[in-house]
Design a protein around this ligand. Structure first.
Ligand SMILES: [Zn+2]
Ligand SMILES: [Zn+2]
Length: 135
């Protein structure tokens, strides 16, 4: 099997205990449904479910064909809706194609939004201040 982007060989391998098919050339990889939630460290929610939208997205390569389900065309989705990290997703089997730099980007993005979920100390102080009766 060859990579649809760089034409190098795709081989089965393991990353953090997860079985993936990765490309020896561009280092992108295929990951099955549910595995993205294991690959990206996060505290709550279903990362995959919250990423699947039906808007039109473009990224650096064309439409890919799913290697698991008979070459069916994949769609492009925006990771957690607003990240602008565009992943390739198969609507039939739920697998993803992840470009090599996207793991780091996704992890950074998740860290950023999860940190922002908790109000900072100054925000707490401000909210107490604003909830005081006005004189
Ligand atoms: Zn490749
Ligand atoms: Zn598929």
């Amino acid at each position: 099997m060859n990579c649809q982007i760089c034409k190098n060989t795709i081989t089965p391998t393991k990353a953090q205990g997860i079985e993936i098919y990765s490309c020896n050339g561009c280092k992108g990889f295929w990951i099955k449904k549910g595995e993205l939630n294991k690959l990206i460290e996060h505290t709550a929610g279903d990362l995959e479910q919250s990423s699947i939208d039906h808007h039109f997205h473009k990224d650096t390569h064309g439409t890919l064909k799913c290697i698991y389900c008979d070459d069916s065309a994949m769609i492009k989705i925006n990771f957690i809706e607003f990240s602008d990290i565009i992943l390739d997703y198969c609507e039939q089997c739920g697998c993803f194609w992840i470009d090599s730099d996207e793991v780091e980007k996704m992890q950074q993005y998740v860290k950023k939004i999860e940190k922002n979920d908790k109000p900072s100390r100054s925000e707490i102080i401000m909210s107490i201040f604003y909830s005081l009766p006005q004189i």
